[in-house]
Design a protein around this ligand. Sequence first.
Ligand code: PGA
Length: 256
Amino acid sequence: MGEKLIIANWKSYLSLAESEDLTRELANYVKNKKKLPELVLCPSYPALLTVNKIIEKNSKISLGAQNMNWREKGPFTGAVSPIMLKEVGCEFVILGHSERRKHFREENLDIHHRLRLALEQGLIPILCVGETAEERRAGKRDDVVREQVSESVGILDINEDDRIIIAYEPVWAIGTGDAVEPDDAVHSHQVIRQTIIDAFSELEYNKNFQIIYGGSVDPDNIEGFLEHDIISGVLVGSASTKEEKFKEMIEAYINR
Ligand code: PGA
């Protein structure tokens, strides 16, 4: 699969005006670039339509949402359906982010339902998995990641054209400035890869899956992750909300 991914997760950081300004800057910035990573912006729900209006004429940037409901429509107050996400131009959707698991109590089975519906609706899911500091200290990191992958993805039926991105995001590395060492991330990528191969096959892994790293990625450490073949890109929170840092990360990719 082509270029590596830089996926920006703007969480609840940016206002509508700030999302609009940053998108405009980025769209201008990438306009004349020949080589680029695959760029995906995931703004807050209220900013999706505005961001899409800016990028829709610019095939170099795609749109993603930060979550979605596990049902298409109905009496689900406060929930956003994948059909609505597609209407505003989303191609990608983040699922199972550790902040969703922690603050909103989402569990592997809910995440599985969302994943299945996302694929049915033609969205590309970005499934987040990763261990807490406590789980790592207890020597359980591989088991936790294996379980999260098996319980949400392993029981899916996948079709030929499905594309599924799995983001290894150790919880303790998110928003702390304390990214894992690239070699350490590679280890978890291998665990995820093997879990997928065991559940499906090597052929399907190669065709349908990509694994990326997330957790305190910034302009100084991005290269260390992107240089590994098994790491197909990065999911970036805080650093992607700052124009200069975002541009530096794109440059780091271009100059590899
Ligand atoms: P961070 O967030 O880059 O701010 O650590 C990453 C994420 O939560 O996806």
